[in-house]
Design a protein around this ligand. Structure first.
Ligand SMILES: Cc1cc2nc3c(=O)[nH]c(=O)nc-3n(C[C@H](O)[C@H](O)[C@H](O)COP(=O)(O)OP(=O)(O)OC[C@H]3O[C@@H](n4cnc5c(N)ncnc54)[C@H](O)[C@@H]3O)c2cc1C
Length: 457
């Protein structure tokens, strides 16, 4: 693909067309080699270059920086972490679960700090995230989530319950009965963030070789079509694309998240809807949706209704599922009747990386010289920053608070072989969508989701 503007709304609205950087021309040596120029790779390079300006850091990217999920996402730079507090507690104890969440809260501000320091034009609005309760069942579930957060000791500065009226004052979405609110989230333009960070990283002396696919990632060497990129440490930062490398076929499952965006909406619409703070929002359904108001006054909204593709295949054509786009359009109209006949101008999607236990991880195998981060299950915009800082500390040997967080060195089990994986994952997606329909119909919580909770911890 060379017309990168068609990748997403964000790519289409960049100020300049994307011109790929030069590719790798032959065998090369570096101190650290990074595969993948999404946010994981770029944050790792950024902190490494800052920590030791003499390090020779080289990145290889199959397409261009920001080609993957990092450039296409829903723009939530949130404090959400894929594994629940309880899953982390089970593995590493209560204090570890609290430390992980606190580190995620800090990470949102760290991203904002770098954006500000380097004047990255990322259209950053830090106004928090709302999870709307739009039915009695969702209200019950989200109130329980709120109580759960309070039991964990997260207070008013971290999570709040908003009444229906308080919710409406922020965002007038149809049928809101209340909302769970956290201030620890920013809305951001993902392509501007990622492309801007790539420019900063390059300015720090990091080599980014674009249009250079890694064919294999071996201890201390990345195999490319033009020869090996040898390095003391090789970082795998391929997330949703990891399964396309034969050696990591069952490491992370690619699941597709899809989005639509409306045309810029007129002042009359925003007078009706409010949303002056650009809070991100979703609601309490099982098969999640996520939305944001863009800097140019569109609604960008995404969801997870797309199927899992047999053999963990990743193809450009999987980014487009007309039925999912239509469903997202319908949800948007339901949320905002004032939309009227406003047009949907952009539809797109991309793969996210899902580990078997839904537990993101970061780590360095010192003996092999192999490092990795990923498995963010769609919560990677900020988590990639924590991953980058952590990988930097692990690689330069800095024993810090973040190198002791619960996700460091965590090893998720591998996914089942096919056809089991395909059958189980698509059944699970059906259960979640079916549960939402059943809750709407009966007004009662769907018990069938207990099986999903078991599977995802
Ligand atoms: C539609 C969508 C909406 C999302 N919304 C949100 C959101 O609102 N908030 C949030 O927190 N998260 C969201 N996510 C998830 C988030 O974007 C990702 O978790 C995060 O960007 C992952 O960053 P990454 O750098 O690890 O992976 P990526 O950004 O996917 O980067 C991986 C890079 O590796 C390259 N690559 C792959 N294979 C090779 C190879 N063999 N050789 C060389 N290069 C290779 C790819 O081209 C790509 O550029 C969303 C994802 C999608 C798809």
């Amino acid at each position: 693909m060379t017309d990168y503007s068609s990748l997403s709304l964000w790519h289409d609205c960049l100020d300049e067309p994307i011109e790929p950087r030069p590719s790798l021309q032959g065998p090369t040596d570096a101190d650290v080699a990074i595969v993948g120029a999404g946010l994981t790779g770029l944050w790792t390079a950024y902190y490494l270059a800052k920590a030791d300006p003499h390090l020779r850091i080289a990145m290889v990217e199959k397409h261009v920086a920001g080609f993957g999920a990092s450039g296409r996402n829903g723009g939530w730079c949130s404090s959400f972490f894929a594994a629940s507090h309880d899953a982390i507690k089970k593995e590493s104890g209560r204090e570890a679960a609290i430390a992980m969440q606190r580190a995620m809260y800090d990470t949102v501000d760290e991203v904002g700090r770098v954006v500000n320091e380097h004047k990255i034009d990322a259209r950053w609005y830090k106004s928090g995230a709302l999870t709307l309760a739009r039915s009695a069942v969702q209200l019950q579930r989200l109130r329980a989530d709120y109580d759960h957060e309070c039991e964990w000791g997260f207070g008013d500065g971290d999570v709040q319950w908003l009444s229906a009226e308080e919710t409406r004052q922020r965002l007038n979405a149809a049928g809101s009965l209340g909302a769970l609110y956290t201030p620890h989230c920013a809305a951001v333009d993902p392509a501007r963030l990622t492309r801007g960070l790539a420019t900063v990283v390059e300015g720090l002396g990091v080599k980014i070789y674009e249009q250079t696919p890694a064919l294999a990632i071996n201890p201390k060497a990345v195999v490319t079509p033009v020869g090996e990129l040898r390095a003391d440490v090789v970082v795998r930062a391929t997330e949703g694309y990891t399964a396309t490398l034969p050696q990591f076929k069952r490491t992370l499952m690619p699941l597709y998240s899809l989005m639509i965006a409306t045309e810029p909406l007129p002042p009359a619409f925003w007078q009706e809807v409010g949303w002056q703070g650009h809070e991100t929002f979703g609601d309490g359904r099982h098969l999640i949706i996520y939305a944001m108001r863009t800097a140019d006054d569109r609604i960008a909204i995404g969801g997870r209704g797309a199927p899992y593709h047999f053999g963990s295949r990743v193809l450009d054509s999987f980014d487009r599922e007309p039925a999912v786009f239509a469903a997202l359009h319908e949800v948007t109209r339901e949320l905002f009747p004032a939309l009227g006949a406003a047009r949907v101008t952009h539809t797109w999607g991309g793969p996210i990386g899902v580990p078997r236990d839904w537990f993101s991880s970061v780590g360095l195998d010192k003996t092999q010289g192999m490092a990795w981060a990923g498995g963010y299950v769609g919560d990677g915009v900020s988590t990639t920053n924590l991953a980058g800082r952590t990988l930097c500390d692990l690689i330069v040997g800095n024993d810090s608070d973040i190198t002791h967080l619960a996700w460091v060195g965590h090893h998720s089990p591998r996914w089942e072989p096919e056809p089991l994986r395909w059958l189980a994952v698509n059944a699970l997606l059906k259960v979640m969508a079916g549960a939402d329909r059943a809750e709407l119909r009966t007004g009662r919580p769907a018990r069938r989701t207990a099986i999903v909770d078991k599977l995802v911890g």
